[in-house]
Design a protein around this ligand. Structure first.
Ligand SMILES: [Zn+2]
Length: 141
């Protein structure tokens, strides 16, 4: 029994998809719905640069979230060049920031949840082996 089998958060479940593990909708989302928070260990920019890794979400010039731990469910979301979700950085009155993922369009039950990781990530981690997102895979056919 694969150990990722029962990782869920809210309306999201981790499953094996076309590009390895991914995050999938359990029930439908409507456009604009909150999907999941991108959680992670808070690191300073210096700490994040020293550590490296694929699950670093740069929030701003001072803060990066490190989603490496398995409890950080949103990091299972794969990149897409034609995503169905977007990451929005929200700032609370006390100045603390959080990364919230919202549905860009209606999403059907069972559909893979994706967002655009941004140019810097794509350049460093995706371009070297080619993008495996559905939009790029379709374009290569
Ligand atoms: Zn792509």
């Amino acid at each position: 029994m694969p150990r990722h089998r029962n990782i869920t958060e809210g309306n999201c479940i981790v499953k094996r998809g076309s590009a390895g593990l991914g995050l999938f909708a359990i029930d439908a989302f409507r456009k604009g719905d909150f999907v999941i928070e991108y959680t992670g260990e808070p690191l300073s920019t210096a700490q994040a640069d020293a550590k490296g890794g694929k699950y670093l979400f740069r929030v701003d010039d001072a803060l990066t979230l490190d989603g490496t731990g398995r409890e950080h469910v949103a990091r299972y979301m794969n990149h897409s060049c034609d995503p169905n979700c977007e990451a929005v950085i929200e700032e609370y009155p006390d100045g603390e920031k959080a990364v919230m993922i919202y549905a860009l369009r209606d999403i059907a039950p069972g559909e893979e949840l994706t967002f655009d990781y941004g140019a810097e990530y794509v350049e460093e981690f995706i371009k070297p082996h080619g993008c495996r997102c559905a939009a790029c895979a379709g374009a290569r056919r």
